[in-house]
Design a protein around this ligand. Structure first.
Ligand code: ADE
Length: 233
């Protein structure tokens, strides 16, 4: 059972993410647990402030370390994970290292991930030094906060938990396993508005179909993601 703890100033943003499809099933099967903590409830400040002006000046507000430290300690105490290697605290920030399928796989084998959703202009640097085990970005663009990126992590991790995606096969052949993008897929009807499904997929020659799919995956990856393709060589 993977315990996912999320720390946010907008906890209601997470209200619906566990109510659909494969993710809903994972929760119904008790393969994971999601707890969302409202950062504001952990501040010592009498005005419930969770941010302040940056030392040295500059625009925007910086998230304070105290409430983040308090909530992370609260979560760690509550979960009482014995093997600390199986518990990781992740800060979501555009400065982080890039999220990848292999990182998701790594998270799916842990017992607890604690996700801190950054907001505003940034977080006090000491959160990076003292609290976060790693910093992650979901891509080279800036969003208003770590909430949506954390949903990306949550969704991507949960579907990798064993017992979630029905056919292990569907995980094996998908994009990024082998550093290849997915081959094209079709379903009925075989002809739609004159557009035909490739003949080879309609016959039953599985060896030929597999060869065709591999070729398509390689060609698409070379064309669209040469960076990914180069990892194979
Ligand atoms: N917060 C804002 N932008 C982000 C991004 N690209 N990845 C992770 N966290 C973020």
């Amino acid at each position: 059972m993977l315990i996912i703890d999320v720390i946010s100033i907008f906890p209601k943003m997470f209200n619906n993410i566990i109510n659909y499809g494969v993710i809903k099933e994972a929760f119904n099967k008790n393969l994971c647990q999601l707890n969302v903590y409202n950062l504001r409830e952990f501040t010592d400040d009498k005005h419930k402030k969770i941010d302040d002006r940056p030392f040295g000046g500059g625009p925007g507000m910086i998230m304070k370390i105290q409430p983040i430290d308090s909530v992370v300690n609260f979560i760690k105490k509550k979960n009482n994970i014995i093997n600390k290697e199986l518990q990781k605290t992740i800060l979501l920030t555009p400065k982080g290292s890039r999220l990848s399928q292999s990182k998701l796989k790594y998270f799916s084998n842990l017992e607890n991930i604690i996700i801190i959703c950054g907001r505003y202009e940034g977080v006090d640097e000491r959160v990076r030094e003292l609290i976060a085990d790693m910093e992650l970005s979901i891509g080279d663009y800036v969003l208003t906060g770590g909430e949506i990126p954390s949903m990306v992590v949550i969704d991507g991790v949960i579907r990798l938990l064993s017992g979630v995606v029905g056919k292990e096969e569907s995980l094996k052949y998908e994009s990024f396993e082998d550093n290849l993008l997915d081959y094209p897929q079709y379903t009925r009807p075989p002809t739609y508005k004159g557009y035909k499904v490739p003949e080879i997929l309609l016959g039953g020659n599985h060896k030929e179909i597999e060869k065709w799919r591999k070729e398509k995956a390689i060609n698409l990856t070379k064309k669209r993601r040469p960076d990914l393709f180069d990892k194979n060589n």
